[in-house]
Design a protein around this ligand. Sequence first.
Ligand code: ZN
Length: 295
Amino acid sequence: MKVIIALGFIFALTINKVEAKPFVLACEPEWQSLALEIGGELIKVDSATHGQQNPHFIRVKPSLMSKIRRADLIVCSGADLEVGWLPLLLRNGNKAVQAGQPGHLLISDYVTNIEIPDVVDRSLGDIHPQGNPHVHLDPQIILEAAALIEARLSLIDPNNAGTYKNNLTSFNSRWNAALENWIIAAEPLAGRSVITYHKSFSYLLKFLGMNTLTSLEERPGIPPSARHLATVVSIIEKTPPLAVITSPFDPEGPNKWVVKKTGVRVITLPFTIGGSSEVTDLFKLYDRTIELLLN
Ligand SMILES: [Zn+2]
C-alpha cells in the first residue's frame, strides 16, 4: 500500500510539474511559433487562430474560452487586429492576461505601425484604424517581438529566465543569418510593383523595396465595389504589376474577375504559419514567401 501511495505521490508531482509550465495563448500562429522559439520545452503554447483563418474575424468558441482561462500570457498583433473578438475573449480570461499585466502582450504597442490613417472614420468600416496591424511580415519587428516575449516569459517564470535568454540569443543569431540571405535572394524584387487584395503584406513589401499600386479592397475590410474594380483594371493596364498577391483566406471572386479582364497573375502567399502545408515556422514562412514572389 505504501508503495502505491508513494508512486501516486510521485505521479502527482510529475503532473504538477507538467501543469506548472507557463501556458502561452497566441492570437495568431506567427506568435505561437515565435513563443515556441523562445520558450521551447519550458512552455505550452497554442494559437487562437490558424493559418487559413482571417485573424480580423473569428468566432469565439467555448474551446477558446477555456484556453484563455488557463493562459498565463497572451501574445497578439494588437493595433485593433483582434478588436472584433479579443475583448470578449479577455472578459473570460483570468487576471494574469488582462491589459496592464505582464501576461498581456500586444506587439503593436511596442513597434512602429505603418499606414496610420490621417482621418479615421469608423462609419467607413476601415479595419486598420490604428495603422496596419500585420506586423509579423516585417523581419525586424520579429526580432523586437522575440525580445518582448523573452522579457515577459522571464517575468512570469523567473526560474527559467536564463534559458529564455539563451533561446533568444540563439534565435536572434539564426534569424539575422536568414535575414542576410533573404535580402540577397530578394534583390530582383526591389522596385517591382504588385497589387494586393487586402493590405496584408505592407510590411513585407516595404522590407523588399516593392511598390503597391493599389488594393482590391478600396479600404481595409471593405469588399471591392464594381467601380473600384474597374479602376484597378485601368491601373493594371497602364502599369502592369508583377502579380496580384493574396492570402489563403481572401475571397477569390474579385481576383478571378480581375484576372479574366487583364490576364494578370495571382500569387497566393502563405501569410502566416500554416498558410500552406510546408510553412511550419517563421523561417519557412519568409523562405517560401520570397520563393513564390521570385518564381
Ligand atoms: Zn488587415
